[in-house]
Design a protein around this ligand. Structure first.
Ligand SMILES: [Fe+2]
Ligand SMILES: [Fe+2]
Length: 364
């Protein structure tokens, strides 16, 4: 479906009181269009900078052998989580299928996640931590259960993946410190090949986080009411993926906690707080209060009042981040020539919404 132009929309309406951005459908099409543009940028960058192969990209014969059982439990846990990539991908594609860009992205995302699983398999095998038979038996056990998306709406799953990708990146970065010999509670485990493996995956997870964060921010910008509600729901019910699916999950999580690789405290400090800040949100409590207030303030004539919906979220931060995203997309489209046929242009709220000075980021 083509997006109606602003002129088409306003031709029969009072131009002073109505903007096409007041239309939910118009904004839905805009966000779908923008997500597609970001997906194009993402694929080009992924192929250019992260196109490694799980077998040929690493010197497997040089991998350190016989890691401690504690480190093995961590590596095996990583494999367990990543090997559900087909389940994650199938469900996320189905949820996102109405958005061309997001559904296409989920295929690309799945192709990156499946390589993580292959890397962990190789790590367990080449380190001799597990025999081929142990690995096959373990995989068979894992495949007895299928992953189910923890939330049913595409919007909630979008916010879920923002936090989940950031948490995964954090966990890998902290495990990387073990492989670099920088974690004193894992003496003698330094291994440059393992460090390279972990770094490759952590860079992917950072790229995933960035993509989901940008799309989540677009939703907050254009659909503050729905998006902030979804954010609250996700934050209040967050669990890491596949926690109930594999038999040795408790042992895995115990090692992660003991080694300070992951914990509820680390999640709050290094995952939730920075991710929410990037979404223009200080605390979930402030967003909840905003949701209640916006419910108590009926819109005159039923018109959407975005300024009310942003209560609890710093619109200035969100808008300037969205503007930066368009700078990135514009450069890409100029380079490849898409700007000649199908340029992606940012449609800000502009006069529809006045941002109070105190809500603008410093220097804006
Ligand atoms: Fe992954
Ligand atoms: Fe990921």
């Amino acid at each position: 479906m083509s997006i109606p132009s602003a002129r088409q929309f306003t031709s029969t309406l009072d131009k002073t009181s109505f903007s096409p951005l007041h239309s939910h459908e118009y904004r839905t099409n805009l966000v779908a269009r923008y997500t597609h543009a970001l997906y194009r940028w993402y694929v080009a960058r992924s192929q250019q900078t992260r196109n490694w192969n799980p077998d040929r990209g690493f010197d497997w014969r040089a991998l350190r052998q016989n890691p401690s059982e504690r480190l093995t439990q961590i590596l095996e846990g990583f494999y367990a989580v990543e090997q559900y990539a087909p389940d994650y991908t199938a469900q996320l594609i189905t949820l996102a299928r109405k958005s061309y860009g997001r559904a296409q992205f989920q295929i690309r995302w799945g192709s990156e996640e499946e390589k993580h699983s292959d890397l962990w398999r190789n790590t367990l095998l080449f380190s001799r931590a597990r025999t081929p038979k142990q690995l096959e038996d373990y995989t068979r056990d894992l495949r007895e259960n299928a992953w189910e998306a923890p939330f049913q709406s595409p919007l909630e799953m979008l916010f879920y993946t923002v936090f989940q990708e950031r948490a995964t990146q954090l966990i890998y970065l902290k495990t990387g410190a073990i492989a670099r010999g920088e974690n004193p509670s894992f003496p003698g485990e330094a291994d440059p090949v393992l460090a390279k493996v972990i770094s490759a995956i952590a860079i992917d997870e950072a790229a995933h986080y960035d993509f989901f964060l940008e799309v989540a921010r677009l939703h907050i910008y254009y659909f503050p009411d729905e998006a902030l509600r979804a954010l609250v729901t996700v934050m209040k019910n967050f669990v890491m993926p596949a926690t109930k699916l594999y038999p040795n999950y408790d042992a895995f999580i115990t090692v992660l906690y003991e080694a300070q690789i992951f914990s509820p405290r680390l999640f709050a400090r290094d995952v939730a707080k920075p991710a929410m800040a990037a979404l223009g949100v200080d605390t979930i409590r402030a967003v909840e209060a905003g949701i209640i207030r916006s419910r108590e303030t009926p819109d005159a004539g039923g018109m959407f009042r975005p300024d009310k919906a942003f209560t609890g979220c710093n619109l200035g931060i969100v808008e300037s981040a969205v503007q930066n995203l368009f700078g990135r997309i514009e450069r890409f489209e100029n380079e490849v020539g898409l700007s000649d046929i199908m340029p992606t242009t940012f449609e800000p709220w502009g006069d529809v919404l006045t941002i109070p000075d105190e809500a603008k980021p410093a220097g804006a």
